[in-house]
Design a protein around this ligand. Structure first.
Ligand SMILES: NC(=O)CCC(=O)C(=O)O
Length: 297
């Protein structure tokens, strides 16, 4: 038996078609998550900003209050919809992300909630690296105009399976998060994410495969479906990459669900063949998972 992934796990990534109607987004997410679990999924993932359009002007309009936890239904309909759905579908559920407003600090965050099959909240990840880029003539985006960053690495223990890491979209460009999680025995790094038509083509698959090959873990990227009528056109192409950095499941840009069967044996086999795990030279460079790291485990 593998120490990292104790038994096989069926992962499902829901590439949801999202729109401007929050309650329609929530009910569409419900039907897709139930579809995924009817096909045997044990862990289901929704995309970044699954309950709203993606864009800085939408964060204040669609935000919900999560603290103090648990919020009331009025404060966060999405929290309750996700919790009830995880329980109804009897699945671990990484609820993509939603815009959060924290009254105490008057700050907005891009926040992901993970629930267990009893509907209990297991973890909260606030996007650590905000998506601020400027590629002239292609795309300019500044999440930091509205959002504040989160401040910790999120590792979630799924007791029957093992540990997973959750981060959000642009976080994938910072290899430290996945590396730290892998060194702390996570078998999978998950990124609800909405890359775009410029950087999606360039870097979406590359980033997924890079995090997998660096750490010899599974990686899952879950995008919204592409909507060419929306202001922000998501790349789509939700995918699962194995510990050997091979893309084992991938969608095109349309709404759909992608599945992959993850095993501990695949991780062990990869690490045995190319044993970077025992070849690291912490006498030459520091281990980024040691020292000053802020975690939520
Ligand atoms: N929502 C995001 O963080 C987008 C990140 C992105 O497109 C990138 O290129 O990175």
């Amino acid at each position: 038996m593998s120490k990292l992934l104790k038994k096989p796990l069926k992962l499902a990534l829901v590439q949801l078609a999202t729109g401007s109607d929050k309650s329609a987004n929530l009910s569409r997410a419900r039907s897709k998550v139930l579809e995924a679990t009817s096909k045997g999924a044990n862990l289901v993932v929704l995309p970044e900003c699954f309950n709203s359009p993606y864009g800085t002007k939408y964060f204040p309009k669609y935000c919900e209050t999560l603290l103090p936890s648990p919020p009331t239904k009025e404060q966060s309909p999405s929290y309750h919809a996700l919790s009830e759905l995880a329980k109804e579908a009897k699945t671990y559920l990484v609820g993509g992300s939603i815009p959060e407003y924290w009254e105490e600090t008057k700050k907005y965050y891009n926040t992901s909630l993970t629930f267990d099959p009893s509907g209990k909240l297991l973890a909260t990840h606030r996007k650590v690296h905000l998506f601020d880029i400027d590629i002239p003539g292609k795309i300019t985006f500044r999440e930091s105009e509205v959002l504040s960053p989160g401040n910790k690495v999120t590792i979630v223990d799924l007791p029957e399976y093992g540990k997973i890491a959750v981060a959000i979209c642009y976080d994938i460009r910072f290899p430290e998060l996945a590396m730290i999680a892998a060194r702390k025995d996570a078998f999978l790094s998950l990124y609800p994410g909405a890359f775009n038509m410029t950087t999606g083509k360039l870097h979406w698959e590359l980033q997924a495969r890079a995090r997998a090959v660096d750490n010899q873990v599974y990686v899952g990227l879950c995008s919204p479906a592409r909507d060419m009528e929306a202001e922000y056109n998501a790349w789509g192409h939700s995918m699962v990459v194995d510990p050997n950095a091979e893309v084992i499941a991938e969608l095109d840009e349309k709404e759909n669900i992608v599945y992959a069967d993850l095993t501990g044996e695949k991780i062990e086999e990869t690490r045995k063949g190319i044993p970077i795990y025992t070849q690291r030279r912490f006498d030459v460079y520091p281990d980024v998972s040691e020292g000053k790291v802020k975690y939520e485990e």
